[in-house]
Design a binder for this molecule. Structure first.
Ligand code: DUC
Ligand code: ZN
Ligand code: ZN
Ligand code: ZN
Length: 491
């Protein structure tokens, strides 16, 4: 046969085009995208009839926490590389970029990278790479950025909050300067840690410990201020940044204004800021702990509307899950590790921060019918690939260049609307913050480098752990300094 697999009768959607087209795959690659009918008589080992469903590049989730030690409150992440990537593939995500976390007490990044490779190796259902999480930008760590690039790592993340990770502004400048030299994209968690600590003390004085006070302890101002500070530091150093998990309309406005001035400021948001609000934290008993993440779900649906608008108008470059899973009913490692003798109903400040969402990101967002289809592909697949140096191998359907990582969705209206339950999901977590949501979509088939790894109606998960490969990444396609040459100290 000429081809290994052809996909007929789909509506092919990329970030730039929608067309009635058929796709031919040979080995691991897309070799032909042809207008309807032209592949009808082609010889192929196997044919999939997409029946008018959307055919899109596989999801790229560029913000995933797996197998991390306690960093964000008590407790460690529930999913390891196996269960996290299994959950990903069952929801149509074929590439993930997880964090390789360096602690404050560690001097080197290369050991961190090595240790994270060991966690992932032979365990992943999907392709993967790492962002280095820089907890200690020591001279040694900074001098290793060059080697990181040679190892295929072209991005890192830093924090402006969390005792275990927080960098002060001078350290952020150190990181930005070296990142600029090495063409590394810097992701920033922008919340003002001192404001959070101060608010936490005020709440404690008033004996307010319930999960909902997590939101009070992380006021929008803490995010807005830190976002503007991050933008200022980035502009000063003329180096691109990506602000992760933006939740606040005022922060989005600062980002938009910086972008309109031509600054290389990129931003990410996540489904929790599209679908959850403070109400989800304000549940009877300890239930609200399920939705404790940072930044927290915000005040009202109008905040969510603003975040949707930011996706539509390009303020947000990417939509990631920030999958950071903790089990709910687990008093050692999970949300309930924040319950103790002193705080029998829990204390918000000890609740590990994070929600699972790697499997629900695509279907939840697509099913909402609120984003144009090309925009959906752009923010969930094409842009994360472009931003982090994976494009056009990932996030695209380019003949001869793109891996055959593909989602085939149900034709619009074909799926009976249903309610999401945690039982449907494949993570190692005992809840979903999106339990009970009305869903209209799910991937019918998912392909990873030409192999059907998910077939919803025939066996479900068909992929195997170990199918996923580490992907070496190059420089960002999007994030570049405005000026060429070395940064000059302004005198
Ligand atoms: N926010 C979370 O909710 N979890 C992990 C880290 C973070 O910044
Ligand atoms: Zn703190
Ligand atoms: Zn973060
Ligand atoms: Zn995160």
């Amino acid at each position: 046969a000429t081809y290994d697999l052809i996909i007929l009768n789909g509506v092919v959607v990329t970030d730039t085009e929608i067309s009635e087209a058929d796709i031919a795959i040979r080995g691991e690659k897309i070799v032909k995208v042809a207008s309807r009918g032209r592949l009808q008589d082609a010889k192929a080992e196997k044919t999939i009839d997409a029946m008018g469903g959307y055919v899109m590049p596989g999801g790229v989730d560029a913000h995933v926490h797996l197998q991390e030690p306690p960093l964000f409150g008590k407790g460690s992440t529930a999913d390891n590389y196996e269960t996290g990537s299994r959950s990903a593939v069952c929801g149509g995500t074929t590439t993930m970029v997880t964090f390789a976390p360096q602690k404050k007490s560690e001097d080197t990044l290369l050991d961190t990278l090595q240790a994270t490779h060991e966690k992932a190796k032979d365990n992943c259902y999907i392709d993967y790479s790492f962002h280095l999480l820089v907890g200690n930008p020591s001279e040694r760590a900074l001098s290793e950025f060059k080697t990181l690039r040679e190892e295929g790592i072209s991005s890192l993340k830093i924090y402006m909050t969390y005792a275990a990770l927080k960098l002060h502004d001078g350290q952020i400048l150190d990181v930005l300067l070296e990142a600029r030299k090495q063409k590394i994209t810097t992701m920033i968690h922008a919340e003002n840690g001192e404001v959070i600590d101060w608010m936490t003390e005020q709440l404690e004085k008033r004996k307010l410990f319930a999960p909902k006070y997590h939101a009070s302890s992380h006021p929008p101002m803490a995010e807005t201020e830190a976002t503007y500070r991050a933008i200022s530091l980035s502009e000063f150093m003329d180096t691109p940044i990506l602000i992760v998990h933006v939740s606040t309309p005022a922060a989005a406005t600062h980002i938009k204004q910086a972008q309109d001035r031509g600054l290389p400021i990129y931003a990410e948001t996540c489904p929790q800021y599209l679908f959850l609000t403070k109400k989800d934290l304000d549940q009877p008993g300890f239930e609200g702990a399920k939705c404790v993440c940072s930044p927290p779900p915000r005040e009202s649906e109008s905040d969510c509307d603003h975040i949707w608008e930011g996706l539509a108008n390009g303020t947000f470059t990417i939509l990631s899950s920030d999958h950071c899973p903790f089990r709910f009913d687990d008093s050692d490692m999970g949300k309930k590790s924040s319950i103790n003798d002193e705080f029998p109903l829990g204390h918000f400040k000890y609740i590990p921060n994070g929600c699972p969402g790697i499997e629900t990101r695509l279907a939840l967002t697509l099913g909402e019918d609120r984003l144009e289809l090309k925009k959906f592909v752009e923010v969930t697949s094409a842009n994360p690939a472009k931003l982090y140096g994976l494009w056009p191998r990932k996030g695209a359907l380019v003949e001869g260049e793109s891996d055959a990582d593909i989602n085939i969705w149900y034709p619009p209206g074909k799926m009976q609307p249903y309610e999401l339950t945690n039982e449907m999901l494949h993570h190692d977590v005992d809840y979903s913050p999106f339990e009970g949501r009305k869903m209209k979509q799910w991937p019918r088939y998912t392909l990873l480098r030409g192999q059907v790894v998910w077939d919803k109606e025939n066996g479900g998960l068909l992929g195997k752990k170990g199918n996923g490969q580490f992907i070496k990444r190059g420089a960002s396609e999007l994030a570049k300094p405005r000026m060429d040459g070395e940064w000059e100290l302004p005198l």
